[in-house]
Design a protein. Structure first.
Length: 94
């Protein structure tokens, strides 16, 4: 199988757990917009924010698709990575 064929199959396989792509991405965009607007420091995106973005995307997948266990495992993992970054002092958590 080519990379493009593998990618096409992956997209088909994810429809069940991730839901409709357009709805999922639209909801994720709303989550990200709200997250960024609520930050007290409107300067740069910080390292832990990237983890938070991934959590928001996983929440969108649960809402638009199915509550697949993998989404919750990933949310927990991203939360731990965000916590580690903040504890390391790479950013202040805001």
């Amino acid at each position: 199988m080519t990379i493009l064929e593998d990618a096409a199959q992956a997209i088909l396989d994810r429809d069940g757990t991730h839901g409709d792509y357009d709805k999922n991405q639209s909801l994720t965009a709303l989550f990200l917009t709200a997250y960024l607007a609520a930050r007290p420091d409107q300067s740069h995106v910080k390292p832990h924010d990237v983890c938070m973005f991934n959590i928001l995307q996983k929440i969108s997948r649960v809402r638009c698709g199915t509550p697949d266990r993998d989404h919750f495992v990933d949310i927990a993992g991203w939360a731990e990575l965000a916590n580690r970054l903040i504890r390391k002092g790479e950013d202040d958590g805001n």
